[in-house]
Write a protein of this length. Structure first.
Length: 220
């Protein structure tokens, strides 16, 4: 594991990778054959993973999905969000390509953690939207940081990526940390009556690049 970096040792550690591969294995899935990489990092000490199809080292325009952990959606199939649909769509697409990467970041609840996310759910049940609920709990609408994701991509050796996202903050965060994004690919998933307001809030308050007309059409 990484040691805590003291001021006196920081200079000698500058050349070491800020995210490094700790374990790797084959990962056959319903979406295709992948290699899974577990990462250690100097930022948050969390265990993030990369699910990789094919040889990505040294390649340009590698298809990439950066996905934040959502236990309620990814595992339990919650209709309150579109996270599971986004995760599965990303894996299906990458599984059909010659090469690609899905980064799975342990940033539950847009970075506020599972317990606080459930507290935010309770506030939403009382009529607040997702942004208002986070603010009521003392958090910004999105606490995620993409420095770890950028370092993981650097460690994997990609030269540039095509990013599957509707979130301009994700594009900005990766670019600010040295990742060249040659194309943003929209990642809109089916809408249901439970998550429509959630998606509309993403557009109106968080700047996500989703056509509201498309949401209305998909929800009918």
């Amino acid at each position: 594991m990484f040691d805590v970096i003291s001021a006196s040792s920081r200079e000698t550690r500058d050349n070491e990778p800020k995210a490094r591969i700790a374990a790797t294995a084959n990962l056959p899935t319903r979406f295709g054959e992948f290699i899974i990489y577990a990462f250690e990092n100097q930022y948050d000490r969390k265990e993030h993973i990369a699910v990789v199809k094919g040889d990505v080292h040294g390649y340009e325009n590698v298809p990439v999905r950066v996905h934040s952990e959502c236990l309620t959606g990814d595992v339990l199939g919650s209709f309150r969000c579109d996270c599971r649909d986004q995760l599965e769509a990303g894996l299906k697409h990458i599984g059909k390509q010659e090469r690609g990467i899905l980064l799975y970041l342990r940033q539950e609840g847009r970075g506020i953690g599972l317990t606080n996310k459930i507290r935010a759910y309770a506030l939403q049940d009382l009529g607040l939207d997702t942004v208002e609920a986070n603010h009521a709990l003392g958090f910004p609408d999105d606490e995620r940081d993409y420095a770890v994701a950028a370092e993981m991509l650097k460690t994997l050796g990609v030269k540039s990526v095509e990013l599957f996202t509707n979130n301009p903050r994700k594009v900005q965060g990766l670019r600010e940390n040295g990742i060249e994004i040659t194309k943003r690919v929209p990642h809109l998933q089916p809408v249901n009556h439970h998550n429509r307001h959630y998606l509309e809030t993403k557009v109106r308050k968080s700047g996500h690049l989703i056509e509201l007309d498309a949401l209305s059409l998909a929800a009918t």
